[in-house]
Design a protein around this ligand. Structure first.
Ligand SMILES: O=c1ccn([C@@H]2O[C@H](COP(=O)(O)O)[C@@H](O)[C@H]2O)c(=O)[nH]1
Ligand SMILES: [Zn+2]
Ligand SMILES: [Zn+2]
Length: 632
C-alpha cells in the first residue's frame, strides 16, 4: 500500500469457493497500480496484488487445483503513474509485469498512439511471450513492411494439473487505432482458416478460453463475443467455453449456455474477478475436482435473473465473485496459503518501485486546492457537485487564443474524456491524469454562423449511439454503465442498455458521510444474481450524463446572440462535429478546421491551468485528506 493510502474496514462476505479450475482476472487497470490513494475500498497497490497472487497460487497448489491469472488490456490512460512518462506506460508496464499472468490480451488504449503500440509490441508482449494473445490485432513491421501479429494468435496449453486448453484473445472491432496497426473484425476472424483449424485442433481440448478486451455480454452493443461463441459452439457442441472480457469497465457475469459463461471484472484496480469451476471432463486432469477444506462451486450455468431461467444438462458448477482491490480483502482470501505473513518480499519490492516512480515523476506536485468534490454521475448533469459545470468554467477560462480572445466561442468536448471524479483537497499532477488523462487538442472553425453553431451540441448529443464514438463499430455501447455503479435500478440492466451514457462507479465525496458498517461501492446484479460482490456495499446514486459538454465564452454581455462564433472542439471528435454541421446545413467542412491552440495544450492541460488560476490561493488552508476514505 502506498504511503497515505488507507485500508478497508469492511471484510468480505465469506471464503471463496475453489473448484477444479480457478481464475483471477483484472481488466482496464489504466495505470492505477498505485491503488486509490483517496479511497479505502481500493487502497491496495500493485505490490499488494503481487503478494496476493503469489499466495493464491500457493493455495491452489496446496488444494491440488489449477489457478490461472488473466488480464484483458487497457493498461494506460487514467493515472499519473502510467501517463506522466513518455511514451505512457514506459514505467508502469515495468511495475505491471511483476504479476505472472498466464494469459493476457491487448486493449484499445494500447493502439491509439503509434509509439505506445510499438512499445506494447517490442517490450510488453515480449515479457509474456506466447501468453500474450492478439488473435485479431497486427502491427506493421517497419523492417519487412508487412503486418504481423503483436502476440500469439492462439495458445494451446496444458495446465499444471493436466487440463488441455485452447485460448484466443480478441479485441472488439476497434476503429480508432493509429495506422500502424490493423484490427481484424470478428466476423472476418471466424472465417480465417487458422482460426477454424485451431477450434478443430487435432489434440484434445477440455476447455476453450476466450479472453478479450471486449464487453463480455454478447448482447451488449460493441461486443463480438457472440460471434466467437457461435462459431466455436457450432464446431464444438460439447466443449465448455469460458470468456473473460473488459472495455466497458463494469462488473458483469453472463451465462451463454449450460457450459459457457463470461466474466468481466471492472476497472482501475477497483476489482479482481474470481471465477471457479468444477465438472470439466478431462482424461488427463490429475487434480482435485472438489478440493477439501474449502467451499466448492455450486451454481450451474443458469441465468437466474432471466425470466424462467434456462435448463442445464451439463455437470459444470461455478462461482463468480468481484473482489474489492484492498489489503483487507487480499489478506482475508490469502489465509491458509502458507503462513500468517501477507506481505512477500516480491510484493514489497513492487510497492517500493511504485513509490520511487511516483517521486521521480513528481506526481504529488500541487496545482491548487479543490474547494469541493465534483463527481461524474452521483449528481444530475449540471447540479451542484456534478463535475461538468466545473469543467465548462475551466474550459471557458483557459481555452483562449489570445489573438481571438474577444471573439465569442463555443467549446465542445466529449464527456468520455473525463475519467474520474475530482476530489476536494489537493489537486496534483497525478490528479490531472486521473480526471482527464488524454492529450486530445483543441481545433476550431472560425466565424461559424451562430444559428448553425448553436445547434451542434444538440445534434451530437441526440445522435444515434452508433455515431457517437469514433472508435466503436455499429451498435456502439457508449452507455458503459459501470455495473458496480450504484444505479437505482440495479447495474446489470444498465449493462444491457446501449443508450445509457458512460458513468463512473464511485463517488468519493459521499464516502465520507457514510458511518454505518456498510460502505458505499459496487452493488452488482448479473446473470447469477446479486451475491457477486465480495464485499457488500450500499448503493451510490447514479445519474446518466450526456455524451458531450459545451462551454461558451466572450459572449455579448448584454445577453444578445452573437452573429458568428469560433466553434472549438477536440480533434478526437472532429468527425462528429463535421457531420453535425453538415446535417444542419452549414457550409463549413474539413478544410476549414485548424488548431485553435498549440497541439501541446490538450485535454490534460486545461484543468491544471484552471487550478493555477482559481485554486492556488486556497493552498495554505487546503484540507489535506479531504474527500478521502470511505466509511470514515
Ligand atoms: O484520445 C482519446 C481516447 C479515448 N477517449 C475516450 O475513452 C473512451 C475509450 O476508453 P475505454 O477505456 O476503452 O472504454 C473513448 O470512447 C472516449 O470516450 C478520449 O476521449 N480520447
Ligand atoms: Zn478501459
Ligand atoms: Zn477499452
Amino acid at each position: 500500500m502506498q504511503p497515505g493510502a488507507q485500508n478497508a474496514t469492511v471484510a468480505p462476505r465469506g471464503p471463496l469457493a475453489w473448484g477444479q479450475l480457478n481464475f483471477l482476472h483484472t481488466t482496464d487497470t489504466h495505470g492505477w497500480l498505485e491503488g486509490h490513494l483517496k479511497e479505502q475500498n481500493y487502497g491496495a497497490d500493485w505490490g499488494d496484488f503481487v503478494s496476493f497472487t503469489r499466495h493464491m497460487r500457493h493455495k491452489s497448489g496446496n488444494l491440488g487445483v489449477d489457478l490461472l491469472l488473466i488480464d484483458t488490456g487497457d493498461l494506460h490512460d487514467g493515472n499519473g503513474l502510467s501517463d506522466a512518462s513518455s511514451p505512457n506506460g514506459a514505467l508502469s508496464n515495468l511495475v505491471f509485469e511483476n504479476v505472472d499472468y498466464d494469459l493476457l490480451t491487448i486493449g484499445n488504449h494500447e493502439l491509439y498512439v503509434t509509439d505506445i503500440a510499438y512499445e506494447t509490441f517490442n517490450q510488453f508482449s515480449k515479457v509474456y511471450g506466447e501468453r500474450y494473445l492478439t488473435s485479431n490485432v497486427q502491427i506493421l513491421n517497419n523492417q519487412t513492411g508487412e503486418f504481423e501479429y503483436i502476440g500469439s494468435k492462439f495458445r494451446y496449453f496444458t495446465t499444471a494439473h493436466g487440463l488441455r486448453i485452447m485460448s484466443f484473445g480478441v479485441l472488439y472491432d476497434f476503429k480508432g487505432n493509429s495506422n500502424v496497426s490493423k484490427v481484424i473484425k470478428a466476423a472476418d476472424l471466424v472465417k480465417e482458416t487458422w482460426f477454424l483449424d485451431a477450434v478443430q485442433y487435432p489434440e484434445p481440448i477440455d476447455l476453450f478460453l476466450v479472453i478479450g478486451h471486449n464487453p463480455v455480454r454478447p448482447t451488449a452493443g460493441g461486443s463480438t463475443f457472440g460471434t466467437l461463441y457461435k462459431t466455436i459452439r457450432g464446431l464444438r457442441p460439447d466443449t465448455p467455453i469460458q470468456a473473460f472480457g473488459g472495455h466497458t469497465h463494469i462488473r458483469d457475469f453472463a451465462v451463454f449456455d449450460d457450459k459457457s459463461t463470461g466474466l468481466e471484472s471492472g476497472r482501475y484496480c477497483e476489482t479482481v474477478g474470481w471465477l471457479s469451476m468444477s465438472g470439466i471432463n478431462s482424461s488427463t486432469f490429475k487434480g482435485n475436482m472438489k478440493p477439501r477444506g474449502v467451499p466448492n462451486p455450486t451454481q450451474p450455468a443458469v441465468n437466474v435473473t432471466a425470466t424462467g431461467g434456462n435448463p442445464t444438462k451439463s455437470n459444470l458448477l461455478y462461482q463468480r465473485r468481484y473482489l474489492d482491490f484492498n489489503r483487507l480483502t487480499f489478506a482475508y482470501h490469502a489465509v491458509g496459503s502458507q503462513d500468517n505473513t501477507f506481505d512477500l518480499h516480491s510484493g514489497e519490492r513492487v510497492t517500493d518501485l511504485i513509490t520511487t516512480d511516483r517521486k521521480a515523476l513528481n506526481l504529488t506536485a500541487l496545482y491548487g486546492c479543490a474547494p469541493a468534490t465534483y463527481c461524474q454521475s452521483c449528481k444530475p448533469f449540471g447540479a451542484e457537485g456534478n463535475i461538468f459545470p466545473l469543467l465548462a468554467t475551466a474550459l471557458a477560462t483557459t481555452v483562449i487564443n489570445q489573438s481571438r480572445a474577444d471573439i465569442p466561442r463555443l467549446i465542445i468536448i466529449n464527456t468520455g474524456s473525463v475519467r474520474f471524479d475530482l476530489v476536494e483537497g489537493p489537486f496534483t499532477f497525478d490528479d490531472s491524469f486521473i480526471v482527464s488523462p488524454f492529450t486530445d487538442a483543441f481545433q476550431f472553425i472560425p466565424d461559424v454562423p451562430y444559428n448553425y453553431a448553436s445547434q451542434i451540441l444538440g445534434v451530437i448529443n441526440a445522435g444515434p449511439a452508433d455515431k457517437k464514438r469514433r472508435d466503436l463499430g455499429p451498435r456502439d455501447f457508449s452507455f458503459t454503465p459501470m455495473t458496480g455503479e450504484v444505479c437505482p435500478e440495479g447495474t446489470a440492466e444498465h449493462a444491457h442498455d446501449s443508450l445509457k451514457p458512460r458513468s463512473e462507479p464511485m463517488t468519493r465525496g459521499l464516502h465520507r458521510r457514510q458511518t454505518t458498517a456498510t460502505t458505499p461501492g459496487y452493488v452488482t446484479k448479473d446473470d447469477f444474481g446479486t451475491d457477486g460482490d465480495d464485499t457488500i456495499h450500499s448503493k451510490i446514486p447514479f445519474y446518466p450524463q450526456p455524451e458531450y459538454l459545451q462551454a461558451n465564452a466572450s459572449f455579448p454581455t448584454d445577453g444578445s446572440e452573437p452573429t458568428t462564433v469560433d466553434l472549438i472542439f477536440l480533434d478526437f471528435i472532429v468527425a462528429d462535429v463535421l457531420a453535425a454541421l453538415k446535417s444542419v446545413g452549414a457550409k463549413e467542412a474539413a478544410s476549414d478546421v485548424s488548431y485553435y491552440l498549440p497541439k501541446t495544450f490538450t485535454t490534460n492541460s486545461y484543468l491544471p491551468a484552471y487550478a493555477k488560476i482559481a485554486w492556488q490561493a486556497n493552498v495554505p488552508n487546503c484540507p489535506v485528506g479531504a474527500g478521502v476514505g470511505s466509511g470514515s
